[in-house]
Design a protein around this ligand. Sequence first.
Ligand code: C2E
Ligand code: CA
Ligand code: CA
Ligand code: CA
Length: 274
Amino acid sequence: AKENGRNNYQFFSEELNVYHKNRLSIENDLRSAILNDELVIYYQPQFNAELNEIIGFEALLRWEHPIKGLLSPDQFINIAEASGLIVPIGAWVLEQACKQAYEWSQRGTKPYRMAVNLSALQFNHKNLSEQVLHALEVSGLNPSLLELEITESAIIQNINETLALLVSLKGLGINLAIDDFGTGYSSLSYLKNFPIDTLKVDKSFIDEIVTNKKDAAIAQTILQLADNLGLLSVAEGVETKEQVAGLTEMGCTQFQGFYFSKPLPVELVDMLID
Ligand code: C2E
Ligand code: CA
Ligand code: CA
Ligand code: CA
C-alpha cells in the first residue's frame, strides 16, 4: 500500500508539473498575443423573438493561437485572470467592441446594443471608469448602446466601493447587466441598491427548463423579478424551440443562444445585418 501511495504521488506530481508547464507556456504566449494580433472577438446576436429581429450582440473573446488553433475563453481566461493579463486584454476587447458597435450603428437601419464581459479583476481595477470613457471616446459609440456584463462574484468582492463605481459607470450613460444571474452569491438587496439594467438568466437554468420543474420555477422567478423591478432580462444558452416556447410563455422576449445563432466572426455579422 505504501508503494502504491508513492507511485500515486509521483504520478500526481508529474501531472502537476505538466499542468504548470502548460500554464506557463500559455501565459507567455498570451503576453505576445495582443501585440501579434492573435486575439479576435466573435459576436453572438441577441434576439427579440416577438419581433424576430436582432437587438444586439455579446462580444466573446477568441484566441487564434499560432500552434494550438482557435482557443475559447475556457482555455485561457483563468490564466489571463491569474496573471493580471486580463486587464490589458479586457481594455482591448472593450475598445474593439465599441469600435465595431459604432460601425454597425452607422450602417444598419437600427442601432444594435453591444454587451461586453468584465472580469472581476477588471471590475475592481482602479482605472475602469477611465477605460470605459476612453473606449467610448475613441470609438464615438453612443454610451446607451454599450452594456457591461458583470458577475455577482465580481460585485461582492469589494462591496463597499461597488455602489460608487456602478453609479459612476451609469453616469457615463452606459447600461449594466448581471451575468449568469442566480449562480453566484445572489443577494436581492443589491438589486434594490445598485443601478442595474439587465439580468441575464444563466444557461444552467435554461438547459432543462422543459423537463425540470425546479429549473422552470427559478427561470420564471428571475424573469418576474426583473420585470417587477423594471429591469430587462435576457435568457442565455437557448438551444431548442421548446425552450423558446417555454420561456416565451413566461414572458421572456430577449434571447441569446445557439437556437438563434452561435457567436460569429465579424465578416458573418456584416453579411447578416446588411
Ligand atoms: P458568458 O459570458 O456566460 O458567455 C456565454 C457563453 O455561452 C459563451 O461561451 C457562448 O459561446 C456560450 N453560449 C451561448 N449560447 C449558447 C448555447 O446555446 N449553447 C451553449 N452550449 N453555449 C452557448 P464562450 O464564448 O466560450 O465564453 C465563455 C466565457 O468566457 C463567457 O461566458 C465569459 O465568462 C468569458 N468571456 C468571454 N469573452 C470574454 C471577455 O472578453 N472578457 C472576459 N472577462 N470574459 C470573457
Ligand atoms: Ca456574458
Ligand atoms: Ca453568461
Ligand atoms: Ca457563463
